[in-house]
Design a protein around this ligand. Sequence first.
Ligand code: PMP
Length: 406
Amino acid sequence: QTVLDILSIRKDFPILNRKVNGYPLVYLDNAATSQTPQKVIDTIVDYYSRYNANIHRGVHTLSQEATDIYEQARQKIQKHFNAAKPQEIIFTSGTTHGINLVANGFASFLKNGDEIIVSALEHHSNIVPWQMLCERTGAVLKVIPMGLDGKLIMEEYHKLLSQRTKLVFCNHVSNALGTINPIEEIIEAAHKLGAAVLVDGAQAAPHLKADVQKLDVDFYVVSAHKMCGPTGVGMLYGKEEWLNKLPPYQGGGEMIAEVTFEKTTYADLPHKFEAGTPNICGGIAFGAALDYMNAIGFDAIAQYEHELLEYATKELLAIDGLKIYGELKEKTAVISFNIEGLHPYDIGSILDKLGVAVRTGHHCAQPIMDFYKIPGTVRASFSFYNTKEEVDILVASVKRAKSMLS
Ligand code: PMP
């Protein structure tokens, strides 16, 4: 049933040919960062080989070329996420930057006693900035609790909402468990009370295509490095009316209309939020990564990754003492597991010796680990370039680790 030509796709990723500790690399840490296809690598090389220049202010040819191609990348991102206007796409250094930009801006709107709601399934980057915001403003942080199935308890969310709620933050997909959160319901209910919603799409964007207008979400943030692009670049989508209301996050060049020592006026969107020289090459490569993934197709990617997930789940669960956390099926291709009596770090270290890259630990989501009363998990996260054969190697390696450690 496989819908993708995996062998030909794998040829696009030079790193997949390398060996680790004498074994062929089996890269199953895609939720931390994805690998980079040759087309994106070529885009980076091409930028530095042919038209590296600062943008938006040069009259010379190289600067104009770089500006045009950077702005084309913004339009590709706009189209991909179906934003209404290119100026609603702000280039950031990644998800963390996007969240901090919004949190910082809201500091000027919130007052003592206002409430903001986060989910129990968040990455630290979608917890800590809000705690810092609460400290600055006197706002109160409320948490939507989760169940053992790794899902948010939505009745509790509806109970938390009130006239005091000003903001709601939730990830679209949990990085620790792969849970796909009911963000449509979260957004609709928040909007009924006039609260804004920021969705952290870092883990969703590699697997599914979000339509920000259909979702009616106020802010959506992603990192390019999780979707075949380079590190150090990402996007913040914000509804134009919100971005106009928010104050700038950083001051500097590029973000001004006029500067005098008496008063400075700010540039229009998107430049108001893009102080300083941006990651020009990164933004352009982000556009190339979206082209690459869209050429494969997100429906085909989702279907294939789901096949891998089902197969890996069945094979791993056949191992005695192995427990998978959260939902088994209705999620993206992430499997977070432990083996009774063994420490996840020890399992991960042996897997590495066998060439298998997984993540171990709390996955920057300590509250989830506390909820399950565990120090961490072993997390295998799949991408469309992984194969069934690699799942077999993972399973065989986990069995080997188990027999070595028991
Ligand atoms: N949110 C989620 C759900 C994530 O998985 C990650 C990355 N692990 C982040 C935020 C932070 O992304 P970045 O480090 O690229 O800013």
